[in-house]
Design a protein around this ligand. Structure first.
Ligand SMILES: C[S@@+](CC[C@H](N)C(=O)[O-])C[C@H]1O[C@@H](n2cnc3c(N)ncnc32)[C@H](O)[C@@H]1O
Length: 249
């Protein structure tokens, strides 16, 4: 069994990962982007507070969670552990703007007026920043107002306690009421990126619900029956708001 610390994160190849997963947009990602876009739109339908700060935890080589936060945020932080992925994300912030591969996802977001009003490359360059960080070090002291975590807690270790800690630390990094979106590979047995194998913890809808329910309000879990490779049984998208359980005064 592989713990998070055992996996070859320093050898993660972001370009191969993008080729495998995002270079040609898959129907399931388009569906996820629509569901997340509409969820965030509903959460901010009453207005956007000042200075909303967003976080994408374990951002890796995927920009669509960050793009989905652009209209609502004053700042977005991409937290990532693997050095090659940190370098990939930093390249996306270079003056030429992010890679054209991400335009297809923005087009789906921009079907909604709040997104259509944003010039994404300019806004991305202005408000997004990258930081190397370990999810296990998020202890609730740093908090954000909206957050995403895509294919991380389930796709970084084979140990149940590390999956639980990943979900708990992500949710603890959100302020009360913060909208969130989190995605999980269903029943994943691990994955390869190029020559290297990365661990996963097998989750189903019940397991994801059990881990999120004590920490979330308005929770909805979408069980998406799309297979993107052998070795998993679909994807799960959880949408909701952070609920700290502390009633407003
Ligand atoms: C399957 S990839 C998902 C990447 C991206 N979020 C996506 O949607 O495609 C798992 C990600 O978790 C990151 N990761 C692994 N261990 C981590 C840790 N301890 N803290 C933060 N990120 C971690 C990996 O570097 C990788 O980017």
């Amino acid at each position: 069994m592989d713990r998070n610390a055992d996996a070859p994160w320093s050898k993660f190849d972001p370009e191969t990962y993008v080729d495998n997963n995002y270079r040609t947009p898959l129907d399931v990602d388009v569906l996820i982007v629509r569901l997340m876009r509409d969820h965030f739109g509903r959460c901010f339908s009453g207005g956007i507070p000042d200075s909303v700060r967003g976080v994408d935890v374990g951002a890796g080589a995927n920009l669509y969670p960050a793009l989905s936060m652009l209209p609502w945020c004053h700042k977005v932080l991409l937290l990532e552990y693997a050095p090659p992925n940190v370098a990939y994300l930093e390249r996306q912030l270079a003056p030429g703007g992010y890679d054209a591969a991400w335009d297809a996802f923005w087009e789906v977001l921009a079907e909604a007026p709040a997104y259509a009003a944003v010039e994404p490359r300019e806004r991305f360059g202005e408000i997004v920043r990258v930081e190397r960080a370990n999810l296990f070090d998020l202890d609730g002291r740093r908090r954000w107002d909206i957050g995403t975590m895509f294919f991380v807690a389930d796709s970084m270790s084979e140990y149940p306690e590390e999956f639980e800690a990943g979900v708990r630390n992500f949710m603890s990094s959100l302020n009360d009421g913060a909208p969130f979106a989190a995605a999980f590979m269903k029943e994943s047995v691990g994955y390869r990126v190029g020559e290297h194998r990365f661990p996963a913890f097998r989750v189903n809808e019940a397991r994801v619900r059990e881990s999120l329910e004590p920490l979330a309000g308005e929770l909805e879990i979408h069980d998406l029956h799309h297979m993107v490779r052998p070795g998993h049984e679909g994807m799960l998208l959880a949408l909701g708001r952070r609920d700290t359980g502390i009633a407003a005064p």
